[in-house]
Design a protein around this ligand. Structure first.
Ligand SMILES: Cc1cc2nc3c(=O)[nH]c(=O)nc-3n(C[C@H](O)[C@H](O)[C@H](O)COP(=O)(O)OP(=O)(O)OC[C@H]3O[C@@H](n4cnc5c(N)ncnc54)[C@H](O)[C@@H]3O)c2cc1C
Length: 338
């Protein structure tokens, strides 16, 4: 098998690299440490219930299975547990959500018990509609990427960006996992990406559970917590901003925020897409070039299963599922190709 060259070592490039190595491929990775990349700030929350409607996303269970298999193997090999189950208190904002939760409790393993307003108040949380204990997961994105780079370097599979520029011009199979910087990739920037800037606060405070009412507070390390995040589709490179910070504080009024102290403030740019699904596949003309991108706000959930789908295409010639397949946007390519 010819080696595969991966451009971008965020969460997508890193998971893909190790998934390909597990399949027996030789891979080379590079990363130019572009400012504002998403994985450097990601909280790694894997939440089964998305948005105010508490919908469970497509393929959620398969995504979790794929992560569990991958990170169990990782733990066995390197002795580090980076993926774990975590109970998240979902504080409801309407009666509608309470009704939906009752339905979910009967049908979904991810909806655990209901928590009354009184019990929430005892924890210092306001929520007149109560909350639901959600079976969610957390991935330590920062540590995974750090360890992945160390391993690739120790295996001589890491290429510095300048050297990589030359390799990417050759005929070798190249997979671009560049996050929002796909906008500067002349092979793939015709695809309908919809990047969004997001901000996170790092706080320090008393013992507190993982909790969310749309804005979350998540235990991070020691007595530190991550909280966020915001959404902005303009001024992508502007963060972190005062507006972003104020917005998070405003939305955190449901917890005793005055007991927390600010430690840090970050921002990053999510590489979202027009239809909110990843974009994966082979370039329509340059058959050695592939894209692995568009993981939006849910990379920790979807990247591993998406990597499995891409490997199925590369190794077994199995067509990618239509909702993530680059082919669904061929009309955009026809518009720009002569
Ligand atoms: C504030 C915020 C909070 C988030 N929280 C969560 C969360 O709780 N749960 C969750 O699932 N997701 C979360 N996300 C989303 C998650 O971070 C992304 O889905 C995921 O990190 C995307 O990874 P990626 O590798 O595709 O992109 P990126 O992380 O952007 O990585 C791309 C990498 O490619 C490199 N690169 C780019 N271009 C080049 C080039 N030409 N040459 C070499 N290197 C290049 C960059 O330096 C970068 O390292 C959050 C995002 C933000 C912004």
């Amino acid at each position: 098998m010819n080696p595969i060259f991966i451009v971008g070592h965020g969460l997508a490039g890193a998971i893909l690299a190790h998934s390909l190595i597990d399949e027996g491929f030789k891979v080379y990775c590079t990363d130019a440490e572009i400012d504002h990349s998403a994985s450097r700030v990601a909280a790694g929350l894997i939440n089964p219930f998305i948005g105010p409607k508490l919908n469970i996303p497509q393929e959620f269970r398969d995504c979790i299975e794929a992560n569990i298999i991958f990170f169990k193997k990782w733990e066995k090999l390197y002795g580090e547990k980076l993926f774990r189950e975590e109970t998240l208190l979902r504080v409801f904002s309407s009666e509608h959500q309470v009704i939906k939760w009752k339905e979910l409790s009967d049908s979904s393993e991810y909806a655990k018990s209901f928590v009354s307003e009184k019990n929430l108040n005892q924890m210092g949380i306001s929520g007149r509609w109560g909350a639901g204990e959600t079976k969610s997961y957390r991935l330590d994105v920062g540590r995974f990427i750090e360890k992945s780079k160390q391993l690739l370097m120790s295996m001589d599979l890491w290429i510095e960006p300048r050297e990589a520029e030359m390799s990417s011009k050759s005929k070798q199979t190249t997979i671009f996992a560049e996050g929002y910087n796909v906008a500067n990739n002349s092979f793939f920037n015709w695809l309908p990406f919809a990047p969004a800037q997001g901000e996170i606060l790092e706080l320090q405070g008393p013992h507190f559970p993982a909790v969310s009412n749309g804005t979350w507070l998540l235990p991070h390390c020691d007595d530190k917590y991550l909280s966020g995040s915001t959404w902005k589709h303009t001024d992508l490179n502007s963060g972190p901003t005062l507006e972003g910070k104020s917005e998070i504080y405003r939305k955190l009024k449901f917890i005793p925020i005055n007991q927390f102290r600010e430690v840090d403030h970050f921002s990053g740019i999510r590489s979202g897409t027009k239809d909110r699904n990843p974009i994966i596949g082979r370039h329509p003309t340059h058959q050695n070039l592939f894209i692995f991108n568009g993981f939006g706000s849910r990379g920790s959930t979807t990247i591993k299963l998406s990597a499995n789908h891409l490997i199925n295409l590369l190794v077994r010639n199995v067509e990618l599922p239509s909702h993530i397949n680059l082919n669904r946007f061929m009309e955009y390519y026809r518009k720009i190709s002569p």
